[in-house]
Design a protein around this ligand. Structure first.
Ligand code: BGC
Length: 717
């Protein structure tokens, strides 16, 4: 039994955690205390290991002499970036499921796969709000809506936390990619607390033990040394008592200021602090009390985690197990959003009747290749990937399936014209969007590197610039330049639609794709996302009607990009306000192509608002949801709140609760949704105010649903 184990046992036996952690801290030497405050790898050799794509957990704050395991971090969110793990659909796809119970199971599976491979910290709870669909890392978060992101992130955290600690990132206002190392984001009190921070709070309250600060600066201070965020809001206001770690390599600029701001661990290397802190302690800019405060938080968090860990350690066979692959399939199926399903020859284009198919054309360069998301820090390496073409071939063994990637127009025309239906798979890949690695040429960041030891073999200057595991090329990922499909994809859709009346467009990508030029020309549009390792099977099951589509958009798709908030991917300064996505479309009176929350089904549903009542600190809404059609299916009942007579500028309506309902044909069910009053509050000055007045809660199946039913609830002063 190590000294650390002994301290864990004392907590389990009822010892007060602050006392036990204090006694552990007292056993540490000064070097060990200081060593808690950064990653455990040396910078240059660590960087070289990073370049060779080593997929071991990132260690920090370990003290082998006493058995303190430290943090052992691995990325996500589409799985664990270790070994050959299960690759789930990207977070945005899972956001489209609106299924928190499923997300919790995904979190648990990820936690198991990480723990089985020696990790204890899952760095994949990314809840930065999708302010604009051009954000390169849109796929890593859940949606444009704070309430929705918060519930999904909390579910992932709950699940993962059964096995590991969860790290929520990137705190905060990190919603642009190319400019992430240089942009200062300004936001006023209301914008911060009502739009960009509530979901972080929700995830922290759901048990995230670690918070990763962002690269960008907020209101003039880099996030890794932003005391207002890391101490004022996170610890003092929200009561967070866990660990704050930096984002990798460029996450802090002033090591002393970062300690004073409340950042505990510089990740992932002994980079700036290892050199600067001893000097600052010697000349009095820092005190040992300040070092100990951070070291104590780190030890306390580790002790708390190991003391609460009761689930048995999973065997290595959980990694990409059949059960987890089944979960990846379920998530991919539930994520698929059916956007359009018009009649062809008197009946809806989808589902395809397998019995009546003899020839199917599958076209597009994305149909036959694995496309699971970006190649940045969220990349997961599954044992196999089922492409759309693989999935359709497996599901339709008796059908002739002709595949053409689109490059040979003659053969394209031939196979499409002769087919019973044409499936066109188009959209985005890792070269269009994703994490953007761009620090190579930035002298401000190169200046953060420690002096290079003469005898250590390093990488070339370009390679030294790599962060997060991918090569430093401007062509990889980053923010999108357009919301439209490429000209080549649009031309392909138009060619196929002209040759085959039953043309189904399958979109891949991580956020909104505008489609005004062509969407009316095809009868079917399906959003497949980056659907994970089992995505092709999921697609086949939805297209053939074995699974009834139930995904709902986690963002609005505008008819015109000009209707969205301003987005400049090279900005050095940006101001965020209350307005983006569906809220902005509503305010400006611009109808979307497809609203937030929208998705079709092969059956039909009705939602009837029954009653609303105030119940202590919350409002309870009751509704009846019914499947009014002939097939089993699922819908998402969405509750939107508005206060028409408000004295504040507010969204016309905003999501306050949602509930997914699976219903057999003709089945009806009563559901209740609870809305904590704080979801209605406005940040007035530095406090919260639930403004008195008559609130209107609309129960609907998407934002602006004309069939939505209102319930009015007066809330007193
Ligand atoms: C990303 C983080 C990630 C870290 C480690 C950074 O570049 O911004 O999201 O966790 O790399 O891979």
């Amino acid at each position: 039994m190590t000294v650390f184990d002994d301290h864990v046992a004392r907590i389990r036996a009822g010892g007060p955690i602050d006392v036990v952690a204090g006694s552990l801290l007292a056993l540490l030497t000064r070097d060990e205390r200081l060593g808690c405050l950064d990653g455990d790898l040396e910078f240059w050799s660590g960087l070289a290991g990073m370049l060779s794509a080593s997929r071991a957990p990132w260690p920090g704050a370990a003290i082998p002499r006493l058995g303190v395991p430290g943090i052992q971090f691995s990325d996500g969110p589409r799985g664990v970036k270790l070994g050959s793990a299960t690759c789930f659909p990207v977070a945005m796809a899972r956001g489209a499921t609106w299924d928190t119970e499923l997300e919790e199971r995904v979190g648990r599976a990820i936690g198991e796969e990480l723990r089985a491979q020696g990790g204890n910290l899952f760095g994949g709870v990314c809840v930065n709000l999708l302010r604009h669909p051009k954000w390169g890392r849109a796929q890593e978060t859940y949606s444009e809506d704070p309430a929705h992101v918060g519930e999904m992130g909390a579910a992932l955290t709950r699940g993962a936390s059964e096995h590991v600690m969860a790290c929520v990132k990137h705190f905060a206002l990190n919603s642009m990619e190319n400019a992430r190392f240089k942009v200062d984001v300004s936001a006023d009190e209301r914008t911060l607390h009502e739009v960009y921070l509530p979901h972080f709070r929700r995830v922290v309250e759901a048990g995230a033990e670690v918070v990763m600060s962002a690269y960008n600066s907020v209101n003039g201070a880099w996030c890794g040394e932003n005391r207002a965020l890391l101490t004022g809001i996170l610890r003092d206001e929200w009561g967070f008592s866990g660990i704050v770690i930096s984002d990798w390599i460029a996450g802090l600029r002033d090591p002393v200021a970062s300690v004073k701001a409340g950042l505990d661990i510089e990740m992932p290397f002994r980079q700036q602090r290892a050199y600067a802190l001893p000097e600052a302690l010697a000349d009095g800019r820092l005190t040992w009390d300040e070092i100990d405060e951070a070291a104590l938080r780190i030890l306390t968090t580790l002790l708390r985690y190991y003391a609460r860990l009761t689930a048995p350690a999973p065997p290595i066979s959980v990694v990409a197990s059949e059960e987890h692959q089944g979960l990846a399939l379920e998530a991919a199926e539930k994520a698929i959003v059916l956007l359009r399903n018009e009649a062809v020859g008197g009946e809806p284009a989808l589902p395809l009747a397998a019995a009546r198919l003899s020839r199917l054309a599958v076209v597009g360069r994305l149909a036959g290749r694995p496309n699971t998301g970006d190649h940045g820090s969220s990349d997961v390496h599954p044992p196999h990937v089922v492409t759309p073409l693989d999935g359709l071939r497996a599901a339709l063994p008796g059908v002739t399936i002709d595949f053409e990637d689109g490059s040979d127009r003659d053969s394209l025309w031939r196979i499409v014209a002769g087919a019973d239906a044409a499936i066109v798979v188009v959209g985005l890949t890792a070269s269009d969007e994703g994490e953007y690695i761009s620090i190579g040429g930035d002298p401000a960041i190169l200046a953060l590197f420690p002096p290079r030891p003469p005898r250590v073999e390093g990488a070339s200057p370009a390679k030294q610039a790599v962060v997060g595991g991918g090569p430093s090329t401007a062509s990889m990922g980053g923010d999108r330049t357009s919301l439209e499909l490429s000209g080549r994809d649009i031309e392909l859709i138009e060619t196929v639609a002209a040759a085959n009346a039953r043309t189904i467009v399958v979109l891949m990508g991580g956020s909104a794709i505008t489609m005004e030029g062509w969407r009316e020309r095809v009868p079917g549009i399906v959003y497949l996302w980056y659907p994970g390792m089992e995505g092709g099977h999921a697609l086949a099951r939805v297209l053939l009607g074995d699974v009834n589509p139930s995904g709902r958009l986690p963002f609005a798709i505008p008819v015109d990009e000009a209707h969205l908030a301003k987005f400049d991917r090279d900005a050095t300064a940006a101001t965020y306000d209350l307005w983006h996505g569906q809220w902005k479309l509503d305010r400006d009176g611009n109808a979307p192509a497809y609203p937030f929350g929208f998705g079709l089904s092969y059956t039909t549903f009705s939602v009837k608002a029954l009653a609303a009542r105030r119940d202590g600190d919350s409002i309870a809404l009751r509704a009846e949801v019914a499947n009014t059609g002939p097939r089993a299916g699922a819908t998402v009942v969405q509750a939107y709140a508005g206060l028409p007579e408000s004295r504040f500028e507010r969204p016309l309506r905003h999501l306050v609760a949602f509930s997914r309902a699976d219903l057999g044909p003709g089945e009806r069910r009563e559901i209740e949704m609870r809305i904590p009053l704080e979801r209605l509050a406005v940040r007035d000055g530095s406090g919260w105010l639930v403004e008195p007045g008559e609130y209107v809660f609309t129960l609907a199946q998407y934002a602006g649903d004309p069939e939505g039913q209102p319930l009015r609830v007066p809330v007193g002063a």
